[in-house]
Ligand binder design. Structure first.
Ligand SMILES: NC(=O)c1ccc[n+]([C@@H]2O[C@H](COP(=O)([O-])OP(=O)(O)OC[C@H]3O[C@@H](n4cnc5c(N)ncnc54)[C@H](O)[C@@H]3O)[C@@H](O)[C@H]2O)c1
Length: 367
């Protein structure tokens, strides 16, 4: 099979886990590949993915080979594959815009972003790099709240004719105006905001669906999350949080039988605990009523390494996006978006979205 050529904006912890994963599964076979939802998608294996372009703004990453940049501070995720061969792809200076929040300046260098002094990239420069590298799909891994920067890279992708996977919660695939732009150009997009393999969102949604199916009325719920990576540090600036909160809250609201009043649902990133590094802990509570209006409640604590938890899902999203490119399908890929993302343009239960994505992979559904 051809390689799937990807470009990445934001070489943080998630990109590190993804690139480690591509290498980690290279020598595995279907029977010893723990942790993947699919070994093969339309003939493509994880190792068929190749990084051909990368953009960041941190002085410890810009100018480095991607294989080294993924281990540079402040990245702090688990190293499960340390031996990454040189890619020959150097991380290029991106365009900062609102990717770097002012409050990030107040923290130790090993914990925060350190902006590179190199000249900012222009739109023409990024478009040229995307075209010259032969990138087919651009992955967006910018910090939460990077509204302008995300739109900048999405514009570049549209100009370069490159497909997009929007892994973070600036609404692109789920914004009708942006969706139309991808449709008009015949360029596929999957988004928005990656839903981890077994994280807080999928667990909360699955339990909400269980309440529905068992006739339990959900009355109140919260999902509190703590972590110690730059994603959590960045989200200390609550003015950047609006879309993340919407994305995570709607992911739960969309599967409860009756929408909860805003006062009865609280879902979101809650605090930054430095020593947790890339470990994320979720505290979840659901209160409801059983047979005879009798009250019940459920409490759950979930502890996961944040970044590898989403990388396998992205490996599947990349392969689905490549299938769309092979088939000449453009616009929003609704089924993969619903299964892989927290804030897709159309929400379905995870059972339905799984079935639709399987049909998409088999070619029985266009998007
Ligand atoms: N971990 C998960 O499972 C998960 C799930 C859903 C969404 N996400 C989202 O994915 C995104 C990436 O997460 P992460 O943990 O890798 O974050 P991170 O903080 O580790 O990485 C962000 C990277 O972007 C770079 N950057 C900042 N502004 C930039 C710009 N303008 N151009 C290019 N690079 C820029 C930073 O230097 C850094 O390397 C976040 O928005 C996060 O919320 C992650």
């Amino acid at each position: 099979m051809d390689k799937i050529k990807i470009a990445i904006a934001g070489i943080g912890n998630c990109a590190s886990s993804l690139i480690q994963g591509i290498e980690y599964y290279r020598d595995k076979s279907e029977n010893d590949s723990i942790g993947l939802m699919h070994w093969d998608i339309g003939g493509y294996r994880p190792s068929d993915i190749e990084v051909v372009a990368a953009f960041d703004i941190d002085m410890r990453k810009v100018g480095k080979d991607v294989s080294e940049a993924i281990f540079a501070p402040p990245n702090c995720t688990a190293v499960f594959c340390s031996d990454i061969p040189k890619t020959g792809v150097l991380v290029k200076m991106g365009c900062t815009l609102d990717g770097f929040s002012d409050h990030m300046k107040d923290f130790d260098e090993k914990r925060t972003f350190v902006p590179s002094g190199q000249p900012e990239a222009t739109k023409e420069g990024i478009v040229k790099e995307l075209k010259d590298s032969g990138a087919e799909i651009l992955l967006n891994y910018l910090p939460v709240g990077s509204e302008q920067a995300t739109r900048f890279y999405m514009d570049c992708a549209l100009d370069a004719g490159v497909a997009c996977i929007n892994n973070m919660p600036v609404f692109i695939a789920s914004d009708p105006e942006w969706a139309v732009r991808f449709e008009k150009k015949g360029i596929p997009i999957i988004g928005d905001d990656i839903k981890a393999q077994l994280g807080a969102t999928i667990t909360h949604r699955t339990l909400a669906d269980l309440f529905n199916k068992r006739g339990v009325k959900l009355e109140r719920t919260y999902q509190l999350n703590t972590g110690g990576n730059t994603d959590f540090l960045n989200m200390l600036n609550r003015s950047r949080l609006a879309s993340k909160k919407t994305s995570k809250t709607e992911a739960v609201q969309s599967v409860v039988a009756q929408r909860l009043d805003d006062d009865n649902i609280h879902v979101g990133p809650s605090d930054y605990v430095p020593w947790q590094n890339d470990n994320k802990v979720c505290f979840l509570r659901m209160e409801g009523k059983l047979f005879g209006d009798v009250p019940m409640n459920l409490e759950l604590r979930l502890s996961v390494e944040d970044s590898p938890n989403s990388a396998g899902v992205v490996i599947d999203a990349i392969r689905c996006c490549k299938l769309a490119l092979d088939r000449g399908t453009g616009g929003v890929l609704y089924s993969p978006s619903a299964y892989f993302m927290k804030h897709p343009p159309r929400q379905f239960t995870d059972d339905q979205a799984h079935k639709m994505t399987s049909e998409f992979i088999r070619g029985e559904r266009a998007n």
